[in-house]
Design a protein around this ligand. Sequence first.
Ligand code: AMP
Ligand code: MG
Length: 312
Amino acid sequence: MEQKWFKDEIFHYEGLDYVEKKRRMINMQSLLLKKLSDYFLEEGFRWILPVITSKITDPLWPDPGSSIEKRIEFEIYGEKVRVTQSMIIHKIIVCSLFEQKIFTFSPNLRIERSERRNTGKHLYEFTQLDFEMRDSGSRDVMSFVERILKRLFKDLIESGIYRKEMECINEDWEIYDSNELENKFGKDWENLVSGRIDCPVWVVNIPREFYDYQDRITGRWDNYDLYLPDIGEVLSGSRREISYNRIIEKMFRDGVKTENFRILLELSREGKLKECAGAGIGIERLLAWITGEKDVSDVQIFPRIPGIVNYL
Ligand code: AMP
Ligand code: MG
């Protein structure tokens, strides 16, 4: 296996015991969270706390990348609630009604199928750095993400934390259409791309959930994912669909129950949803990429591997 660390070799784990490995990972986690939150605050974002239970959550449908075995729903105070699969709907509402730019570190519970236990990329509990920007479009979000990640890579390199792909800080990251990748690599392009790139790349125009904007005439999706070498998709986002008719049309098309999204639909019918765009970054995947870990569960203090329930 290629050794990705040099300089102080602070993350060269061989010969270290489990406690020492976890201790170093906690330090790295702490550094990453501090840097990311500093960048967002400096860029004028407001930091909000996450929600855990709600009547509304991300349907994660239809998304070709999703593979959910079970959705967690239960009753409290006589009402049915769902555990957050992502804060997408809450983000759009906060951004439309209250604040121009927001971010949160949001715990997501997604009961991924057990078959995903060996992908090294899937967890059933993970954290998204989820953010949303009002009066913004895809290009704004993409250039913002490039700016903060390049700043992160530069800061990490300066702290002696290095992998060669972090050097892609002086160029614009390439953008590929998902159709182009499907033609080149076939249906399994999502799993193949990460092995064929030396720099982060953007993938755009990906068919998925109703809240991503889709041009009515051309059918083109105004959305984007960021892929990192080795680890693959680390971020998904889009310009949002705010037109009531369009949201309803897509919900019917995709078999998504309108009654699960009542407030969002009311706000869009009243014209209260604002043009916005945003994205979510998988913290564990980013951390695994930075530290060179092969499996995302290794960056978790208490691993949440699909199909495996631990004591802690
Ligand atoms: P999504 O909007 O569903 O693509 O999720 C946003 C980001 O969260 C992804 O790009 C990944 O970095 C991360 N993510 C999604 N699902 C998982 C999972 N099961 N385990 C770990 N990270 C995930
Ligand atoms: Mg995604």
